[in-house]
Design a protein. Sequence first.
Length: 184
Amino acid sequence: MDVYDRIDRLIKEKGISRRKAAQRAGIPAATLNTAISRKRGLSASAVSSLAKTLDVDATFLLYGLDLVTNTQKRREALSMTQEQLAEKSGVDLQTIIDYENNEMTSDIDMLERLASALNCSVTDLHPGIDRPDLPHAANVAALSNFAETLRVNMDYHFDELNEMGQQEAAKRIYELTQIPSYKK
């Protein structure tokens, strides 16, 4: 099952038409239909919009991994409350609540803090990123999907900013590119 199968399945589960899903996501219905029929892909912003419309994390749409469920299952297996996770990770309690309710997406910093608090690695929360049992090409693909998820999450948050906020975000990204230890 790929991203387009997941989108189509979720649309059916919601009991809405593709046209209605596209309308709610703010994308042309033809774009969605073309993507589901695999004649053309979707942009990161379209995937992000569809994730919001379908009430799922973009990570789930992109490659079927539900980071929220993995995080929540791990927390519950440790008999840890949301409050305890917030305290141990340094992530705001409301952010934990919103994240577990699929009302927000995560960034790599938050994933790293949650993983540390849950005594696991980011790869435990996000299977497939670094799997020695997969051939190198599959690991590269998983990393590339993870990078795409980060881009979708950045688009998601960027779109929530007003013009002034977007200008400030662009400025900060530029500043980060000037720090040698952050460069590729």
